[in-house]
Design a protein around this ligand. Structure first.
Ligand SMILES: [Zn+2]
Length: 82
């Protein structure tokens, strides 16, 4: 989950892993470690009709989650790192 300093969600105050509750490192409004940002909109054909889900996972919890996948994640090199 993300905590913002302002209502417009522009100034990031904290990011907390939804799985383990660990607070990730945020400095001056910038997230300084690996994080999986879940952002899904469930449409008409789902059982969550019209709902949006948001969550954050720290890198450790993300790694545990993808270890359970039957098919490994697709991976490619990214040249422009943030
Ligand atoms: Zn975690």
């Amino acid at each position: 989950m993300r905590i913002y300093l302002d209502e417009n969600k522009k100034e990031l105050a904290a990011v907390i892993c939804n799985k383990c509750r660990r607070e990730l490192t945020v400095e001056n409004g910038i997230l300084k470690e690996g994080c999986f940002c879940g952002d899904s909109r469930f449409g008409y054909f789902s059982n969550k009709d019209g709902k949006k889900h948001f969550f954050d996972l720290c890198e450790e919890c993300y790694d545990k989650m993808i270890k359970g996948f039957a098919i490994p994640v697709e991976e490619e090199e990214v040249n422009e790192l943030m």
